[in-house]
Write a protein of this length. Structure first.
Length: 223
């Protein structure tokens, strides 16, 4: 186990697992809250430290991996999946949930058959989707109409690609900006407000309801 964060549900289990992929800010308190929320709802939640100690070179590799869909960051994501799947209190079925930068990783990893379901939250949509969605798992996606980073036209393109492969999906666009599901403390809170991002409680609550319903449908099946 690396320097990631693990949240375990109460009870005997076994439980389905969820790999939680952080945004560009890294392992913040918000990541721990996301994991805790998933655990409260019956999921083993593990957030790997994608920046591997914050090494600047590693950070650069992570962003390059987001563009290429390959590299050490995806090795860490696969390792995180294996950490959960091989636990005695895990059913063996594991989803991925990502936010912002992590949402892009979740989209790519979920599109390559690495997980049983994916929760993609305002992740950037790759230009060449057919090359990314080679073996797409079921997807629940949440995006914002006021997002200045992810164009709605790209979200539409993503939805159409999922439809073309008959992939089960639930894509919803909220009246909200980028980052609306997250509730960062200082110093991140001030920084994201300058960029027009902020937490939207009503949209976040609805999105989490959809995510949990979707995970229950697609993870509570035989391994």
């Amino acid at each position: 186990m690396d320097k990631g964060h693990l949240s375990v549900p109460s009870g005997k289990g076994p439980f389905p697992g969820v790999v939680v992929l952080h945004d560009a800010f890294g392992m913040t308190g918000d990541v721990a809250r996301q994991c805790a929320h998933l655990a409260e709802n019956g999921y083993l939640a593990y957030a790997p430290a994608l920046y591997a100690g914050g090494n600047p070179r590693c950070v650069k590799q992570v962003f390059q991996g987001a563009l290429k869909g390959t590299g050490p960051v995806f090795d860490r994501i696969v390792a995180a999946r294996d950490v959960l799947a091989h636990r005695s209190d895990c059913t063996g079925r594991v989803a991925v949930a990502g936010f912002c930068l992590g949402g892009q990783f979740a989209l790519i990893a979920g599109g390559q058959g690495l997980f049983d379901a994916a929760a993609v939250n305002y992740g950037l949509i790759p230009k060449d989707l057919p090359a990314v969605l080679t073996a797409p798992c079921p997807v629940v996606g949440s995006f914002g109409s006021k997002d200045k980073i992810v164009p709605i036209s790209d979200v539409t393109r993503y939805k159409q690609s999922l439809e073309s492969t008959s992939t089960p999906h639930d894509i919803k666009i909220y009246d909200a900006p980028h980052g609306f599901l997250q509730s960062h403390g200082q110093p991140y809170k001030s920084l994201i407000r300058v960029t027009g991002m902020h937490h939207v409680p009503t949209a976040a609550t609805d999105a989490w309801t959809r995510i949990l319903t979707f995970l229950e449908t697609h993870l509570n099946q035989p391994s």
